[in-house]
Design a protein around this ligand. Structure first.
Ligand code: FES
Length: 84
């Protein structure tokens, strides 16, 4: 199981974080029951160097998150879990 936290802080929300519901649909169907999507308060961006939107997949923080980056990290972490 992988937890995905999508920042819904104002900065990220305005920069694409509001698409949380759509991002869920980009996860391949065979993986959807292995992923939990949550909204999150600010994940720690710094105003002068921020690269929103931010998404955290497990313990990995992704900046300028896109559905492709998020799904890639989900698949990587789930594959890692299968090797245990
Ligand atoms: S507002 Fe999203 S990480 Fe700070």
């Amino acid at each position: 199981m992988v937890t995905v936290k999508v920042c819904v802080g104002t900065y990220c929300y305005l920069q694409g974080g509001q698409q949380l519901a759509q991002w869920r649909n980009y996860v391949p169907k065979h993986l959807q029951d292995k992923v939990t999507f949550l909204g999150s308060a600010c994940l720690g961006c710094q105003e002068d160097t921020a690269k929103p939107p931010y998404v955290k997949v497990g313990e990995v923080l992704i900046e300028r998150a896109t559905s492709e980056k998020v799904v890639e990290e989900i698949e990587k972490q789930l594959e890692g879990n299968l090797e245990l």
